[in-house]
Design a protein around this ligand. Structure first.
Ligand code: GDP
Ligand code: MG
Length: 500
């Protein structure tokens, strides 16, 4: 999906501001050109791109702006705001009400992924504990009922349909009535499509809609249709009251950017995206993965979104200055979940220079994977030891065994252990400071000399460029404070995510 790339390109464009010594018209234009090129490459509608450019330009008055960092921030903010507009129609997404019948009707062209997506959505809600069912009101496509039946059966979702009734309005009404009577909370109505936007389709859609009075009409759109999205989405919106969009097939070759015009065309938010044929290839759409990913703030959100499993346990260990190889492994897993971001890699103490100088994110990820593969060959004793590195240095044959098991050189295993030792040392230092993890303002819990020592330690661990990026020692200090106050304990603070 090229959209993932988009975030990276936009970040890089925005970074160009930070690298420029002075910010003038020329620098601004060059940056905007880069942003727009990235958007167009991702297939975002040209009209939207033009609009974005104009809006940013008119929001910025270089003459009037204060100089320096502030100027950069304000420009970056303006760009970011416009990017968010691309995916955010400014209306709140519809959400179902617990304990009530929520009727959701799906519309879209044939092959866009309606039936598949109906099942995905039903499955999604069912897993969250909603009483969920499916209705097949597609009598146009041969085998439509069988397809839905099969999906529903597999996922154990109650369903309704008919092999003999040819009127979709009758089936939809009967089904909705039946399930309402049985107090179903999520009632999903699948409808038929046509290959193109035909009057007969729209007529049928309207009739079904009038009959079942849906609480939410979901327009399903195949991402691969690219620029055709806009007119298609408009056509549907003109007929029925589309309130949400689901974009499918984002796992394929689609660049994805075209799909964003559906947001503007329908003035409806994208609520989910489909990323494969399986029932759980489905995720709530957050603006982050599309656009905010490219923004520094977005990275923080993304980190915050991650459910750091066993967080409590980790905090407790950190309090006692403990950090095992398994803890490191789990932190790497979290990073992998966030996707390939050079910036994030660069933030990890000690990894910075390595990853940044290589510059290639894919390489960074494969490197991380390699480290995890190495750790996969470690046994529980090694992973859970309070001082894993010591275990290896005492019994070097462990290193050989792990190297053999993971197909790497012993030097690679040693490097990993060095990295781990650096991490663990820092944790030890932090854990050793009484009250550090007590909550509240760290500066109250920790005396200035301890604080200074801690900062020095942190600074030593970090790539100088990363430190610089974080605003030097002052930035580091404020990061430490945030680490303490906010999501205290999870590694993101330590890794410097809080202040990116
Ligand atoms: P409908 O005609 O709108 O009901 O579309 P279907 O649900 O029958 O889907 C059409 C085809 O697209 C099927 O082969 C699905 O497996 C496939 N499909 C649906 N959603 C996705 C998706 O997110 N990714 C991929 N790769 N295929 C999908
Ligand atoms: Mg279908």
């Amino acid at each position: 999906m090229v959209l993932a790339d988009l975030g990276r390109k936009i970040t890089s464009a925005l970074r160009s501001l930070s690298n420029a010594t002075i910010i003038n018209e020329e620098v601004l234009n060059a940056m905007l050109k880069e942003v727009c090129a990235a958007l167009l490459e991702a297939d975002v509608n040209i009209k939207l791109v033009k609009q974005l450019r104009e809006n940013v330009k008119s929001a910025i008055d270089l003459e009037e702006m204060a100089s320096g960092l502030n100027k950069r921030r304000m420009i970056q903010h303006a760009v970011f705001k416009e990017l968010v507009k691309l995916v955010d129609p400014g209306v709140k997404a519809w959400t179902p009400t617990k304990g009530k019948n929520n009727v959701i009707m799906f519309v879209g062209l044939q092959g866009s992924g309606k039936t598949t997506t109906c099942s995905k959505l039903a499955y999604y809600y069912q897993r969250k504990g909603w009483k969920t069912c499916l209705i097949c009101a597609d009598t146009f496509r041969a085998g439509a009922f069988d397809q839905l039946k099969q999906n529903a059966t597999k996922a154990r979702i109650p369903f309704y349909g008919s092999y003999t009734e040819m009127d979709p309005v009758v089936i939809a009404s009967e089904g909705v009535e039946k399930f309402k009577g049985e107090n179903f909370e999520i009632i999903i109505v699948d409808t038929s499509g046509r290959h193109k936007q035909e009057d007969s389709l729209f007529e049928e859609m309207l009739q079904v809609s009038n009959a079942v009075q849906p609480d939410n009409i979901v327009y399903v759109m195949d991402a691969s249709i690219g620029q055709a999205c806009e007119s298609q989405a408009k056509a549907f919106k003109d007929k029925v009251d589309v309130a949400s969009v689901i974009v499918t097939k984002l796992d394929g070759h689609a660049k994805g950017g075209g799909a964003l015009s559906a947001v503007a065309a329908t003035r409806s938010p994208i609520i989910f995206i489909g990323t494969g044929e399986h029932i759980d290839d489905f995720e709530p759409f957050k603006t982050q993965p599309f656009i905010r990913m490219g923004d520094i703030e977005g990275l923080i959100d993304r980190v915050n979104e991650l459910k750091l499993d066993d967080n409590e346990e980790l905090i407790d260990k950190l309090k006692h200055g403990q950090f095992t190889l398994r803890d490191m492994y789990e932190q790497f897993q979290n990073i992998m979940k966030m996707g390939p971001f050079g910036q994030i890699m660069g933030m990890i103490p000690g990894f910075g220079t390595d990853f940044m100088s290589k510059g290639n994110e894919q390489e960074s990820m494969s490197r991380l994977k390699k480290l995890m593969t190495i750790m996969d060959s470690m046994n529980d004793q090694e992973l859970d030891s309070k001082d894993g590195a010591k275990l290896f240095s005492k019994q070097p044959n462990r290193i050989q065994r792990v190297a053999r098991g993971s197909g790497v050189a012993t030097r690679d295993v040693q490097e990993l252990l060095t990295q781990y030792t650096k991490f663990a040392q820092m944790v030890k230092k932090m854990g050793g400071i009484k009250g550090l993890f007590k909550g509240g303002d760290m500066s109250k819990n920790v005396n200035p000399s301890q604080m200074a020592k801690l900062n020095q330690q942190m600074a030593k661990m970090m790539d100088p460029r990363v430190l610089h990026h974080m605003g030097g020692m002052a930035g580091l200090q404020s990061m430490m404070r945030q680490f303490q106050q906010g999501a205290a304990g999870n590694m993101k603070g330590m890794m410097g995510f809080n202040n990116m």
